[in-house]
Design a protein around this ligand. Sequence first.
Ligand SMILES: [Zn+2]
Ligand SMILES: [Zn+2]
Length: 305
Amino acid sequence: MSDAPGGPDTGDPESNGGETLSNKAAKKRRRREPPPDPAPLPGLVDAHTHLAACGGRDAETVRAICDHAQAVGVDHVVTVADDMVDARWAVSAAGWDDRVYAAVALHPMHAGDLNDETAAELEQMVRHPRVVAVGETGLDYYWPGKSDECAPLEVQHETFRWHIDLAKRVGKPLMIHNREADRDLLDILAAEGAPESVIMHCFSGDRNVARECVERGFILSFAGTVSFANADELRVAAELVPDDQILVETDAPFLTPHPYRGQPNQSYCLPYTARALAEVRGVADAEMARLLGANARRVYGIPLP
Ligand SMILES: [Zn+2]
Ligand SMILES: [Zn+2]
């Protein structure tokens, strides 16, 4: 984006023939343009992405996304499901390419889809050896009232409790989506008893929430948001997390890291966010990548490539 000092000049439509484009048209074009490849940063694992929403349709398109990611050091990705259709797809995708692992659950938006049938099917899928987490589940307080599609709070609570219990029964990590629901989410987890491994995906809380999560032994997974210009409080949170409780993710196709915010995100963009974390924590990029990769492999049980 134009506010990037010394940013790459490739891929900027305004840098050639910009005069003939209106500002608005140039902006629109740039929003569709994928960010350039980052310099490779070996050893990374994308701890949370949505391959289907990134253009993955079949074995071939999934392979292309993984090839692109691997070329810049992202050896494995965890593709995360939102609903039943997505969950079945994610399990298939994990079978098409051995760089892909899956997480399945009903997103809080779709919490109303839980019934005897879907519960049985989800439980069966979660036990699949290439499914490495129960997620994403949790609470979303942003959408209720704004979208009729979103499950109401009581339904979200009920379905979240079911997923907590499922994670404990199958002994796999619980991957949590939390949007503007810090207090209720932490209280429900405490009341139910958290599973051994809890991942706060796309962590977005302040330093106090971060401290509370750290004390409870949760893993904090940071997305491109940690690199955004207005994210000072999130960077404070990212700095205080102990070495063995931090992960990095794209949550692609959303949340593209600075300076490409608003452009399409994919797993190959992960090194931008890993470097942002290295800067926040005052460590070398390579060291940060090694740590982030090792944590993901430990938490999800993913072997080295
Ligand atoms: Zn989420
Ligand atoms: Zn997600």
